[in-house]
Design a protein around this ligand. Structure first.
Ligand code: PLP
Ligand code: NAG
Ligand code: NAG
Length: 410
């Protein structure tokens, strides 16, 4: 029987979560999941960080622990500590009190709040420029609120490196005051970040066109193992730029609490004026959508950030994760070189963060899945965290086989 909703069209499954479902259903024991961007330990298992375990214990032992609602803008000590992590303890934006911050539902929720803020308070004719390629969800987050999107040059397929000339040209050719989304480190999906010199050129170009920068920080500390290093571009932006700066901060990856949805939105202003008005507007967004943010993860992260011994442990945990990933990059590159796999593979070790943009074609990726039970997204992006000493040789041999037995040249 037809009814008022019977015309609704079925959408294809989300590419990443669809891949996960196929992987889970696969009964081959040698299967390898290089799809979703979540850290795995040496045995391919999720890892609860030692710093998180310890913070969890302290929180539950505290006789004052409870499950009350948080304020609309979030857990104050979390929000303050989060701002200091991303901007630096000595940030002029914090010292001069020109920062508005609010707790959000992880990085995605932060991007959504940023998008809502732009829709309501920024020039409606402006477009959000996204790197080509970018995290696929960026398009949906902005477009679902009616914002226009476009792309700027980033990855040079031929050289497997940054197309800095194309990037700077696109900044210069975009209409004055455009919105530019920048991955602050561990660019998803390419794992390729600008050098510091390149960042300065990018920031100067943005400044000269009065563009509005939106930094997406989903991997701070996860990329290099060093929190300050991974926030360098943002902190440099605060120093150089004269426009407001939007920052979307996620704690999913760097504390390994993906499902707890811990994040913050920060707006750095040129002056300390108008902050309370802006916060009141952000509070209304949160109140109307989720009433107030989730408490558990924010309490954990706040405990880690404000307890010196836990903070130290967390910094060690970041090194543990980033070094294991780096060692698997080297192991995969070395195995491919050893096998004499056609093509060049140094880009795997030159990239950083969770992902490697392998350069494998759609056809090769499909064959990896069907013939070898090795799962990665069709763009050729591999989540390096899925590799370990038990499976890296197997994956290298599988890549070698598909590269040799598909027509497509790398
Ligand atoms: C570039 C980028 N931005 C934002 C996010 C948001 O993640 P979450 O909402 O889990 O914090 C991700 C997660 O994969 C990402 O890769
Ligand atoms: C808004 O953006 C459009 C498109 O870039 C531009 O032409 C227009 O001048 C802008 N308006 C204001 C008030 O800045
Ligand atoms: C924003 O701050 C400036 C400087 O203090 C002030 O003149 C202006 O009225 C403020 N805007 C609003 C809407 O209150």
């Amino acid at each position: 029987m037809s009814h008022i909703f019977s015309g609704i069209q079925q959408l294809p499954p989300d590419a990443l979560f669809g891949l996960k479902a196929r992987y889970t259903a696969d009964t081959r024991s040698e299967k390898v999941d290089l799809g979703i961007g979540a850290y795995r330990d040496e045995n391919g298992k999720p890892w609860v960080l030692p710093s998180v375990k310890e913070a969890d214990k302290l929180i539950h032992e505290d006789p004052n622990f409870n499950h009350e609602y948080l304020p609309i803008q979030g857990f104050a000590s979390f929000v303050d500590a989060a701002a200091k992590v991303i901007l630096g303890d000595e940030s002029p934006a914090i010292k001069q009190e020109r920062l508005v911050s609010i707790q959000t539902l992880s990085g995605t929720g932060s991007l959504h709040i940023a998008a809502k803020f732009l829709v309501k308070f920024y020039n409606q004719s402006q477009t959000v420029y996204l790197s080509k390629p970018t995290w696929a969800n960026h398009y949906q987050v902005f477009e679902s609120l009616g914002l226009k999107t476009a792309s700027y040059s980033y990855w040079n397929t031929e050289t497997k490196s940054l197309d800095i000339e194309g990037y700077l040209n696109d900044i210069n050719n975009a209409p004055e005051g455009s919105i530019f989304l920048l991955h602050s480190c561990a660019h998803n999906p390419t794992g390729l970040d600008p050098t510091r010199d390149e960042w300065i050129k990018i920031l100067e170009a943005l400044k000269s066109k009065n563009h509005l920068p939106l930094f997406d920080s989903a991997y701070q500390g996860f990329a290099s193992g060093d929190l300050a290093n991974d926030a360098w571009a943002i902190q440099k932006g605060v120093e150089i730029l004269e426009t407001p700066i939007l920052i979307c901060q996620s704690f999913a990856k760097n504390v390994g609490m993906y499902g707890e949805r811990i994040g913050a939105f920060h707006l750095v202003l040129p002056t300390s004026d108008n902050k309370s008005a802006i916060l009141s507007q952000l509070q209304t967004f949160i109140r109307s959508e989720i009433s107030n943010p989730p408490a558990y993860g924010a309490k954990i992260v706040s405990k880690i950030l404000t307890t010196p011994s836990l903070r130290k442990q967390w910094e060690q945990d970041l090194i543990t994760m980033s070094q294991r990933i780096t060692s698997q990059r080297i192991a995969l590159r070395d195995a491919l070189v050893q096998l004499g796999t056609p093509g060049t593979w140094d880009h795997i070790v030159n990239q950083q963060g969770m992902f490697s943009f392998t350069g494998l074609t759609k056809e090769q990726v499909a064959r990896l899945e069907s013939k070898h039970a090795v799962y990665l997204v069709s763009s050729g992006r591999a989540s390096v965290a899925g590799l370990n000493n038990h499976n890296v040789q197997y994956v290298a041999k599988a890549i070698d086989e598909v590269v040799r037995n598909t027509d497509t040249k790398l």
